[in-house]
Every structure is written in structure tokens, then in C-alpha cells.
Design a protein around this ligand. Structure first.
Ligand SMILES: *Cc1c(COP(=O)(O)O)cnc(C)c1O
Length: 426
């Protein structure tokens, strides 16, 4: 059976498929570059696993206190060696990325200290962690103050005001690598490195934390290679490789990671406790697959950008720009466009393919939000997904794809829905 027949069976016309093939042809070189990065990162992960002599005993299940859990201790060494840090905390008890960031912050900030974000507003969920929006148990409630310096309108760092904002109270500086759901550019590891050197010249003992969500394995280096004291992320995004069912990580200098472990469990207990409950094999195997999963998601993002740019929509980043994370924003200009796009992504999901996404209210948003996701792991956004608030510029945020082919099929299905709704003409 030909591939066209299979596509037609999936509800995707030959015309849409051909349009996709034309958009794909000029991307060959970019894809080759992505594969090279994946190859390098695959080696990095493999070498860390070999160095630490990972074996079948690492996959054993521990329960209760989890004392002497060899697999748990070794996965932390594997992360630390991959990210080139002294220590790491990698746990199923870290429930998501926000939790990992909250642990890293609250463990290393004491009453009277100040937190600074030199790259503008942090990710939505951190507003409540910090207390930018009043919230129970926020850092603000515990007497930690907060300052923020916006990026300049061209996306550059505002060095002058960053310098002014650093004072005797400044204890920790948080830098978000990915744009998240904002329109600012994602920061490359190189730019993060420049910012860190500038900050450390002004105040050498300040702790620099990087929110690494969606950035892991996109480049050959991580922020911990350019001076970050802690890098933090979620295992249901890039480093979990789609297999980790839960979890978060914090990698960095031992003195800061120790504090994170005490904050996560209890003072005096720290990293010694915490049963792994049978998730270890998925942590190892997911981390092992992560470089190629990230490459697949990146290819899907570039393919989506190329298709929609051809049709006159704005893509951020554009299909020809360097990428530093796996998120792709596409401004679809209308609520109908967003609905059609999400319908196609949902229809192509391996799980919940039969449901139709509809816009709904979400806490923290002033407009309705539409979401398409059909994931093996609930909320996993390294699996193919799309979402966005229904307001100007009607941008849909597209991310993930455990395999490149699945990402491709999803993008073609979104295009088919746009065609069916009469929103584009090929
Ligand atoms: C996803 C994300 C978070 C929060 O992670 P959750 O797992 O959703 O709690 C924080 N920062 C950035 C940049 C993210 O993309």
C-alpha cells in the first residue's frame, strides 16, 4: 500500500501531503544539523551511563524510606555527569517543573534575601511561587523580596538596569531559557553565558539558577556549561524522553543541591531518603532516548513553521532561524484558525484521538484557552500537543512529538483542518 493511501485513510488529502513535501525539501540541511546535535548528546548520555556502570540492579524497586536505593543514587550521578555538575537531585517526588523550581528557590533563599529575574517576567506558575501574585506559602510570605528587569524592546539584556538592580540583598538570580508562552526570544546557551559572566563580575557569590524547561538537548551545551549554579527542569518534558511518568531534576553545585534535598524531604534527611517506587527504568530509558526525542520535536516545530509561513502566517521562531527550545508559536490570526489547528493535532493523537478540543476557561488567564493533547503521560508536553489563549495575535503554541513522523502527521492534519474550514487555500 502506498503512503498516499495511508494518508488518505488518515483523512489527509494528496494535495496537503504534496504541499508538505514541498515545504520539507529545503529543510534537509537543517535537519542534518539537528541530527548531529542529537548524536553528540546521545554520546554524552551514553558516556555518563557507562561511566557510572548502570546495570539491571538500577531498575529495582525500592519502597518505604528508600534507603540504599542504588538506582536512584546512580540516576542522579548520570544527570550530574551529563550536565557537568557536581551533584543532582532527580526524583519522582518532584511532581512537576514548577515544583522543582519552587524547591530550588525556597531552599536557597532565606528571609531578607532578594530574588532577581534579569530577563523579564518568569513563567506563569512561578508568579505564585514568588508572590508576584499573592499566594499562600509564596516566597514573599516568607520575607523574600523580588525584583525584575525587563528585556529591551529588541530582546537584548538591559545591562545598565541589571547592574542597578543587583544590591547587597540579591542572593539568587533566575534566568528562564525558554520563552514559555511569551513573545520574547528564547535565550541561547551562549547568551545565558554572557549574562552570567556579567552578573558574576558584579557579585561573584550570587547563585544563578536557570529554568531549563524545554531547552534540554536542543544545543550541544547546557546552561551549567556556561556558569549556571543550578539548572532545573521537568521530566515530563525533554529529559524524560516521553517515558518518565513523573518527576523533576535540579543539577548544580553540591552546596545548593544539598539544600534542595533538605527542602524536598526534611532538614537532616536530605538525599538519603525517597523511594523510587519502580519508576527507575523509565527514568534511565527516557533519558537515554531524550536526545532523539528532542530532535524529533524540533523537526516537527520547524516543519510546522515552514508550512504556515508558506501560507502567510507568522511563525516564532521562523523556519530558518536558529532554535534554542522545542516550542513553536504560529500566529493563526483567528479563533477559528486556532480551533482548526488544534482539531488536527488532537485527531492525530495516539490517545484520545476521538475527542474534539473546545475553548474553555482556565485559572490565571483572562481569555479562554484551547488545548489539544492526547498523551500517554497526562500533561506531557514532549508528546505532540498544541495550545494557546484565544486572543490577539491568536497564536497557537505547538510542541513535542515523540517521533518525527508523528509530529509530521500532526502538522499535516492541522493543515487539512485549516483547508476543510476554508481558512487557507493551497
Ligand atoms: C513548563 C514550564 C514550567 C513549569 O513546568 P510544569 O511541569 O508545567 O510545572 C516552568 N518554566 C517553563 C519555561 C516551562 O516551560
Amino acid at each position: 500500500m502506498s503512503i498516499i493511501k495511508q494518508y488518505i485513510e488518515a483523512g489527509i488529502s494528496e494535495k496537503v501531503y504534496d504541499f508538505g513535501e514541498k515545504a520539507l525539501a529545503p529543510l534537509k540541511e537543517r535537519f542534518e544539523k539537528i541530527e548531529k546535535t542529537a548524536e553528540l548528546n546521545q554520546l554524552k548520555v551514553l558516556n555518563a551511563m557507562r561511566k557510572n556502570r548502570v546495570d539491571a540492579a538500577c531498575f529495582n524497586i525500592s519502597t518505604g524510606y528508600g534507603y540504599n536505593d542504588l538506582g536512584r543514587d546512580k540516576i542522579e550521578r548520570v544527570y550530574a555527569d551529563t550536565f557537568h555538575t557536581e551533584a543532582a537531585l532527580v526524583r519522582p517526588q518532584i511532581v512537576c517543573g514548577t515544583h522543582a523550581l519552587a524547591v530550588a528557590l525556597s531552599a536557597n533563599l532565606l528571609p531578607g534575601d532578594e530574588l532577581l529575574s534579569p530577563v523579564g517576567k518568569p513563567y506563569d506558575t512561578l508568579e505564585e511561587v514568588i508572590g508576584i501574585r499573592d499566594s499562600k506559602c509564596s516566597l514573599k510570605e516568607y520575607g523574600v523580596s523580588y525584583r525584575q528587569v525587563e528585556l529591551l524592546s529588541n530582546g537584548d539584556f538591559d545591562y545598565e538596569n541589571i547592574k542597578k538592580a543587583i544590591n547587597e540583598k540579591t542572593k539568587l538570580i533566575t534566568i528562564q531559557r525558554s520563552k514559555g508562552y511569551q513573545v520574547r526570544p528564547t535565550l541561547s546557551v551562549e547568551r545565558i553565558g554572557e549574562l552570567i559572566s556579567f552578573i558574576k563580575k558584579i557579585k561573584p557569590d550570587v547563585v544563578v539558577m536557570v529554568d531549563n524547561c524545554y531547552g534540554e538537548f536542543v544545543e550541544e551545551r547546557e546552561p551549567s556549561d556556561v556558569g549556571a549554579d543550578m539548572v532545573v527542569g521537568s521530566l515530563i518534558k525533554n529529559p524524560g524522553g516521553g517515558l518518565a511518568p513523573i518527576g523533576g531534576y535540579i543539577c548544580g553545585k553540591k552546596e545548593y543541591i544539598d539544600r534542595c534535598a533538605y527542602r524536598l524531604s526534611a532538614p537532616g534527611l536530605g538525599q538519603e531518603v525517597g523511594a523510587s517506587l519502580g519508576v527507575m527504568q523509565s527514568f534511565y530509558q527516557g533519558f537515554f532516548l531524550a536526545p532523539t526525542v528532542v530532535a524529533s520535536a524540533e523537526k516537527g516545530a520547524i516543519f510546522a513553521a515552514a508550512i504556515y509561513e508558506k501560507l502567510g502566517f507568522k511563525a516564532v521562531p521562523s523556519s530558518w532561524e536558529e532554535r534554542y527550545d522545542v516550542i513553536q508559536a504560529i500566529e493563526l490570526k483567528s479563533a477559528e484558525g486556532m480551533s482548526a489547528f488544534c482539531k488536527g493535532i488532537q485527531k492525530s493523537a495516539p490517545v484520545d484521538s476521538y475527542v474534539t478540543p473546545v475553548p474553555g476557561d482556565m485559572p490565571g488567564y483572562d481569555s479562554q484557552v484551547i488545548m489539544a493533547a492526547g498523551a500517554f503521560v497526562q500533561g506531557s508536553s514532549i508528546e505532540l500537543s498544541a495550545d494557546g489563549p484565544l486572543r490577539e495575535p491568536y497564536a497557537v503554541y505547538f510542541q513535542g512529538g515523540l517521533t518525527w513522523y508523528h509530529a509530521k502527521i500532526g502538522v499535516l492534519a492541522s493543515l487539512q483542518e485549516m483547508v476543510n474550514a476554508g481558512l487557507v487555500k493551497l
